[in-house]
Design a protein around this ligand. Sequence first.
Ligand SMILES: *[C@@H]1O[C@H](CO)[C@@H](O)[C@H](O)[C@H]1NC(C)=O
Ligand SMILES: *[C@@H]1O[C@H](CO)[C@@H](O)[C@H](O)[C@H]1NC(C)=O
Ligand SMILES: *[C@@H]1O[C@H](CO)[C@@H](O)[C@H](O)[C@H]1NC(C)=O
Ligand SMILES: *[C@@H]1O[C@H](CO)[C@@H](O)[C@H](O)[C@H]1NC(C)=O
Ligand SMILES: *[C@@H]1O[C@H](CO)[C@@H](O)[C@H](O)[C@H]1NC(C)=O
Length: 506
Amino acid sequence: MVLLAASVTTKSGKALVSRQFVEMTRARIEGLLAAFPKLLSSGRQHTFVETESVRYVYQPMEKLYTLLITTKASNILEDLETLRLFTRVIPDYCKSMEESDIINNAFNLIFAFDEIVALGYRENVNLAQIRTFVEMDSHEEKVYQAVRQTQEKEAKQKMKEKARELTKARQEASKKGRSPGFGSSSNFGYPPSPVVGDAAPTAPDTQTKQTYPTPSSRPTGTGKAMKLGNKNKDIDLFVDMLKSEGETVETTNAMKSSVGTKPTAQVHAESVHLRCEEKITIRAKRDGGLDSLEVHGIVTLNISDEKYGCIRIKIDNQDEKGVQNQTHPNIDKELFRNSHIIGMKNSAKPFPVNVDVGVLKWRFQSMDESNVPLLINCWPSENGSGGCDVNIEYELQMDKIELSDVEIQIPVQGNPIVSECEGMYEHDSRKNRLTWKLPVIDSSNKTGSMEFSCPGKASDFFPISIEFESSQSYCNVKVTDVFTLDEQPVNYSSETAFLTQKYEVV
Ligand SMILES: *[C@@H]1O[C@H](CO)[C@@H](O)[C@H](O)[C@H]1NC(C)=O
Ligand SMILES: *[C@@H]1O[C@H](CO)[C@@H](O)[C@H](O)[C@H]1NC(C)=O
Ligand SMILES: *[C@@H]1O[C@H](CO)[C@@H](O)[C@H](O)[C@H]1NC(C)=O
Ligand SMILES: *[C@@H]1O[C@H](CO)[C@@H](O)[C@H](O)[C@H]1NC(C)=O
Ligand SMILES: *[C@@H]1O[C@H](CO)[C@@H](O)[C@H](O)[C@H]1NC(C)=O
């Protein structure tokens, strides 16, 4: 191969995107690119410049250079022809020839560059051909995804083992220190979720990006179909995945240090900690209407200092939906019914220490679609030649709730071509799944849509499965105060989580 690399650089020789077609270290290509501007003699209009070892064929494009690095043995006329093709393909992906635009489209450019070379750059490849190939899953993307999945599986296995160890250790510890009273039913049959403490997933750190031929300037990755090169993002995805499988993951600050990631809710656990958790299960019909909607909520109390064993908790419930509630058998029912205060039936008896105690449960059921926090409307239209044009939209119906990490998973039978998408999407060709991802949905953007076309019939795009989480309560249950029996305030911490247990459009 006489073509060594194709690159886009700034006028000072900083690499924005560079695709190497032969083995070359990052230092070597960066060195070659940095040397290039110094070789240009001012005032003269050149199209190429040579050193002892290589030839640069280049074209200035506004504030940037597109350049090819070839061996000196290559045919200069062919090199120029190839350069012309490379420069024509760039405006196709980047509207403005700005640094940021190039970086944002780095992966599309690299795929396009590869197609020029793969299709035989000496022939006249047309731009439409390149575009088609770039939109298809590239082979390398598949390899990258496969490697990544294997690594994640291994890491998850490790974490599960660690979680099991920790749970076991905790069980043993609490066997020793458990006070009587709530006994083994303290959780109301809610299984304790394993807590993975500092077993931070290390695998994503060591993820071998090398398997993916990275461009020398690592793009900051807003490539549409795929996000690479952002470690924090990878960790986020990884952690989200674990969470979606019911693992409790605490991420350390070291992992999520830098900019761009959302702050993890660092709940400061006081000696008295309360957690309100709600899980929603929805089965919605594809043509509208509900099969079922059910929300289960629980307030758990965890006291770590026996000094605060005898306390009372004031609950505020501004629910208008008609939520059914139930207190733990050891809780004073009358007190709760009359004044929404949770306290022990036998007020002299303290709450158990260092265990999660479920004190209040509630349940809400409905067949009314207006109670669905996030409505999904998916509309596939068969196009008459074995494919479908699919329109899918979401609508946040409860403006008071902000949803985060929303994922809408649509089964697909072939390669979807996404023409419009608010947010991000990811196609997993092994799992035959198109995932539409929206980091945040709140009242400022209550609706959004995506459009794609894909082989298959209308019924192939169901069931759709939806996941989200929120730190606002669905049933509006809040802990408003904690105090001692003689009404002295007690410092406490609390957290609220509203999660999807299972949400399907069938
Ligand atoms: C508990 O249920 C009762 C009646 O069903 C209702 O009046 C009350 O507001 C509920 N309280 C809470 C905290 O859910
Ligand atoms: C209760 O909280 C303490 C301290 O915050 C913690 O160490 C313990 O693991 C918690 N217990 C459970 C069962 O989660
Ligand atoms: C129908 O959809 C399929 C799959 O996307 C596509 O290949 C085909 O060209 C479409 N046909 C028409 C007439 O749009
Ligand atoms: C929705 O709005 C929030 C807040 O303005 C923003 O952070 C988020 O990125 C928006 N989401 C989408 C999908 O536009
Ligand atoms: C609550 O916390 C504040 C600040 O941390 C402290 O000054 C105060 O004494 C605490 N109150 C009680 C009742 O522990």
